[in-house]
Ligand binder design. Structure first.
Ligand SMILES: C[S@@+](CC[C@H](N)C(=O)[O-])C[C@H]1O[C@@H](n2cnc3c(N)ncnc32)[C@H](O)[C@@H]1O
Length: 500
C-alpha cells in the first residue's frame, strides 16, 4: 500500500466490510427479532451494509447511507440502485436529529464506524475528530495520563445512543471488543435506557486482515425491558451464549453468574487497601541490575556506584507472575512519600545525588505532567505502605491472578514497579493470613467474575479494591483471626480510610 493511501486508510479508519459479512450480520439481526421501520448507516462507505439491510428487511422503505468520501458515496449509490438514499456528509457536522426526525420510529442504526483513536489522529495531524470533549468524564490523574484516549467509534456509537434516546431502535455496529465494553460501561453508568445487549465475535483477521478482537455490538435503545446485561456469543452462527457480562453494584462484570454467587463479599474496607508499585517513568536510570562482580549496572549499560541508603530490592511484574522470591534488581527510591523534598540526598548519600544529577536531563524530561512542579527526581506510588516488610502482591498483566507472599530481602523491604498491586503487611503471619484469603475459592471466583482476561491489564487496583477482605474472612469462618490482625495494626490513616 502506498504511504498516501495508508495515511488515508488510517485517518478515516477505512476498513470496508465485505458484503458476505454484512449479509451474515443482517441475518443475525433478523434472527434476534430486530424489526426496523427505518435504517441508517452513518459511515456507509461503499454500501455493503445498505445492500445487505435492504435485502434482509425488504419492507423498510426509508434506508439512508452517509459517508464523507465522495467516491464511496458514488459507488454506494451505484450498487443500491434506488433502494437506499446515499448522501455525502461528515459525521461530526451532520444534523442527525433532524435526519432521524424525518423517519418513523424503530430505527436500526447499523454499520462499521472508523477504526482509529483520537491519539492516532493526533499523530497524523488529522481533523477527522469530534470537538474536544472529555466525554468519559475522566478526572485528575487519569485525564492527565491518557485514560482519556478514545476510539472514534466509541464516541460515534455513544452519539447514536443519544439520537435514539428520544426515539426507539437498535444500534448494530462492528467495533473492537474493547470498544464495545467501553460503550457498555458508559451507557450503563450513565443509566441510558438500553435493553439487553449482545456481543457476537467476528474474525477481524479473516474479514479485514486486521489483528484486533472485533465484534458485532447490538444495543436496543429505549427498550421496554431495560437491562444491564450483555450476552456474549463466540460467532455469528452460535445460538448459545458463552457467558454474560453486565454492570452491577457499580462494577463492570465479566461473568455475571460467577459474580452473583459472591457479590455479598463486595465492599470497601480501609484495613487492607490495595496499592500499586512505584511509578517513576525512568527505568533506565532508576532500576539497577546486580552485575557478576557485585556492582550495579543501569539500563543504559553503565556501571553505577551509589550508596545503599536509597536502594531497595525490586521485583518486576514478570517476576511476581513467576512467583520469584529473589531478585538481582534494585530500585533507587529517593522519596518516602509523594512530594517529599529530595535535596537532603546531597548530604545523606552524595554519590546517589551525583548519579541522579548526572541523569537530571532524563529525569527532568519525563513527559507525564504529574512530575511538573514536583521536587527533583520525584516518584509516585510511594508512601508508608512501600516500606512495609511483608507484602502480598499480584501482577496486573496476567489473565489468571497469581498472588505471592513476599518478605524482606537483605534486610530491606521489596518494592515493585507500577504494574504490580500489593497489600502491605506487618509480619509474616499476617502476610500468610492475607495470602490465604486472596487465594480462597470465594475470593478467586468473585475476582474471576470481575476480570476481563482480554484486557491489556486485566487486574487493576480498582477491581481489587472492590472486595472486602473482612467479608471474605467472615465467609471462611476466619473473622476472629482477621480481627486479631486488625487490632495489632496502627489506626488507618485518613488517606488509607479514603482509599487514596
Ligand atoms: C471502517 S469503514 C466502514 C465503511 C462501511 N461502514 C462498511 O461497513 O463497509 C469507515 C468508513 O467511515 C467513513 N468515515 C470516516 N470518517 C468519517 C466522517 N467524519 N464522516 C462520515 N464518514 C466517515 C470512511 O470513509 C469509511 O468509509
Amino acid at each position: 500500500m502506498s504511504r498516501r493511501k495508508d495515511n488515508h486508510v488510517r485517518q478515516y479508519g477505512d476498513f470496508q466490510t465485505p458484503s458476505e459479512l454484512a449479509v451474515r450480520v443482517c441475518a443475525r439481526l433478523r434472527l434476534m427479532g430486530v424489526k426496523p421501520s427505518a435504517i441508517l448507516e452513518p459511515t456507509c462507505g461503499r454500501g455493503s451494509f445498505l445492500m445487505a439491510a435492504a435485502a434482509a428487511f425488504p419492507d423498510v422503505k426509508d434506508i439512508l447511507g452517509v459517508d464523507i468520501n465522495a467516491r464511496y458515496v458514488a459507488e454506494a449509490r451505484g450498487i443500491c440502485g434506488g433502494r437506499a438514499r446515499v448522501e455525502q456528509g461528515d459525521f461530526f457536522r451532520t444534523d442527525w436529529p433532524r435526519i432521524l426526525g424525518r423517519g418513523g420510529g424503530n430505527w436500526l442504526v447499523l454499520g462499521n464506524p472508523p477504526w482509529v483513536t483520537n491519539a492516532e489522529l493526533g499523530l497524523l495531524n488529522s481533523t477527522n475528530l469530534p470537538a474536544k470533549s472529555n466525554f468519559q468524564g475522566h478526572r485528575g490523574l487519569d485525564a492527565l495520563t491518557g485514560k482519556a484516549n478514545f476510539d472514534i467509534s466509541e464516541w460515534m456509537v455513544l452519539q447514536q445512543v443519544g439520537w435514539l434516546r428520544e426515539r426507539h431502535g437498535w444500534i448494530a455496529m462492528l467495533v473492537k471488543i474493547a470498544v464495545a465494553r467501553k460503550i457498555l460501561r458508559q451507557v450503563w453508568t450513565w443509566g441510558e435506557p438500553v435493553g439487553r445487549a449482545t456481543i457476537v465475535g467476528v474474525d477481524a483477521m479473516h474479514h479485514f486482515g486486521a489483528a484486533v478482537d472485533a465484534c458485532l455490538l447490538v444495543l436496543p435503545v429505549q427498550s421496554s425491558q431495560p437491562s444491564r446485561n450483555c450476552d456474549v456469543f463466540d460467532n455469528l452462527e452460535d445460538l448459545e451464549p458463552m457467558g454474560t457480562l453486565g454492570y452491577h453494584d457499580g462494577i463492570l462484570i465479566s461473568d455475571v453468574d460467577a459474580f452473583m454467587g459472591w457479590r455479598h463479599l463486595l465492599g470497601f474496607n480501609g484495613d487492607y487497601v490495595w496499592r500499586s508499585g512505584i511509578k517513576h517513568d525512568c527505568a533506565k536510570v532508576m532500576d539497577l541490575t546486580r552485575s557478576r562482580s557485585g556492582g550495579f549496572v543501569n539500563g543504559l549499560g553503565k556501571v553505577v556506584a551509589v550508596e545503599d541508603t536509597y536502594l531497595f530490592p525490586m521485583l518486576k511484574s514478570s517476576d511476581v507472575a513467576k512467583e520469584k522470591q529473589c531478585s538481582n534488581r534494585m530500585m533507587i527510591v529517593p522519596q518516602q512519600e509523594i512530594g517529599e523534598d529530595t535535596s537532603h540526598i546531597q548530604r545523606d548519600a552524595p554519590r546517589t545525588w551525583a548519579y541522579l544529577c548526572a541523569h537530571g536531563e532524563q529525569l527532568g524530561g519525563r513527559k507525564s505532567v504529574i512530575y511538573r512542579g514536583k521536587p527533583r527526581f520525584s516518584i509516585f506510588g510511594v508512601g508508608d505502605y512501600t516500606f512495609a516488610p511483608w507484602k502480598v502482591a499480584v501482577s496486573g498483566f496476567y489473565k489468571v491472578p497469581r498472588f505471592i507472599k513476599i518478605g524482606p530481602m537483605g534486610g530491606k523491604p521489596v518494592v515493585f514497579d507500577d504494574t504490580v498491586y500489593f497489600l502491605p503487611c506487618r509480619s509474616e503471619d499476617e502476610a500468610d493470613f492475607v495470602h490465604g484469603l486472596v487465594q480462597s475459592i470465594p475470593y478467586s471466583q468473585l475476582l474471576h467474575g470481575m476480570i476481563f482476561a482480554a484486557e491489556k491489564r486485566p487486574i487493576t487496583a480498582e477491581v481489587l479494591r472492590c472486595v472486602s477482605l473482612e467479608r471474605v474472612a467472615d465467609e471462611l469462618g476466619l473473622g476472629d483471626q482477621y480481627a486479631t490482625f486488625i487490632r495489632r495494626r496502627p489506626e488507618p490513616q485518613m488517606e488509607l480510610a479514603l482509599g487514596l
